[in-house]
Write a protein that binds this ligand. Sequence first.
Ligand code: ADP
Ligand code: GLC
Length: 481
Amino acid sequence: MSRVRILAVVSEIFPLVKTGGLADVAGSLPQALRQHDIEMVTLVPGYPAVKAALGRTEEVLALADLFGGTARVLAARTAGLDLLVLDAPHLFDRPGTPYSAPDGGDWPDNAFRFGALGWTAARIGLGELPGFQPDIVHGHDWQAGLTMAYLAYDGGRCPRTVMTVHNLAYQGQFAAALLGQLRLPPRAYGIEGVEHYGAIGFLKAGLQFADRITTVSPSYAKEIQTADMGFGLDGLLRRRAAVLSGIRNGIDVDVWNPETDTRIASCFGASSLADRLPNKAAVQRRFALRQDPDRLLLGLVGRMVWQKGLDLLADAMPALVKSGAQLAVLGAGEPALEQRLAALANDHRGQVGCIIGYDEDLAHLVQAGADAVLVPSRFEPCGLTQLCAMRYGAIPVASKVGGLADTIIDAEADARDATGLHLFPVTRETLEAALKRTAKLWSAPAKWRAVQANGMRSDVSWTGPAKDYSSLYRSLLAAKN
Ligand code: ADP
Ligand code: GLC
């Protein structure tokens, strides 16, 4: 088995910069691949948070003019990751999230910010970085999509390419007039190129040109080929079905380990579940809920966006409150959803708590202290919170879509191996019914403990998925010869 060298291209990476699960995947996959003799080096934008986290760096490439400014690529080894950091102050040296200003609006020059990421990735893929010739360039989500187009139009000796879709809802659509400024040739503007519904589609470009397409669960790989969940790209994905597959995500089981987690109030394991209780008490305290170890405590951690079904949860609040269960919600996102959840918490003080914000430590505590974790997503490419929940002994109550369908076994369908509860289709009514089933299970402690134990025993690690990525990379390289 020979060593494979991969250049990963991604817009966020844990623990340096994170807005969601993409960062977790980008941060943990390289380590999991090492045992398969795969060397993954990751190109990320040099946002202030990334540059601040770097120790020793070495300039390995200079770019005299990268869309309006000078830039360089810095090599660094940080937090166990081999990084190439695109240091382009005119594009990335800004406050806010990787994508938007502190006031919440997307940066108006995002086409150039992530065009620059793709352009640089293509230069490296084409061998311009001394001493590093990747066999494969692996791009993640729309921010990396143009990489594939730049490689294809260069005409040089291209490495093989893989494009992973973490969320088809975000596509990176920009004005057609930017074509030339993005250094794309006129012929790129067509259905066989980067054109998508009268604009330049970054994700479309990636899906059009990559040798292989993956997404983050087998079910989502099927769903995105349907008109309902294809977000306008289902036709292209159906055309490319032969090279499209789904590999479910794992979680970093060292970062998410209830036996050693320093972010929680009390460590515990499957054989010391009594030690879980101080975490429940801590969640009740943090969310200003009544202290009561016997009351069913539901938790939710996630981005407050339409995808995650928080409006359905808000609709179901009267039923939830009537059932007597408690709810602790941690999230941030769309202001209307934030306000709605915060108002409900205010109306039901002591029973419903809501903390608006992004708090990695508190996310761990909720997983460690909640009895069940809600994931009522309308669609979910994979989802990581249900995997964390299982590992931490919280029972996931989740929609039966995408990765949630693939990673949870419903208590009704297969009681012996059950790891959680499903709801489908995703509506207020089915969510209410799932909450009822959760309360019923809670009232049968032996059954509850069996489901909890199954979840804690489930393999939510990267071991299986890393093997699948390794096979994919190797079969792609073999197909070349
Ligand atoms: P998505 O990537 O769609 O946001 P995932 O379930 O794949 O959903 O991953 C979400 C990740 O972000 C998890 O690691 C989760 O713990 C974390 N997360 C989401 N919202 C918050 C928050 N408000 N505070 C802390 N962590 C959060
Ligand atoms: C996306 C998806 C989520 C997935 C994550 C990592 O943000 O919404 O389901 O787990 O990417 O792949």
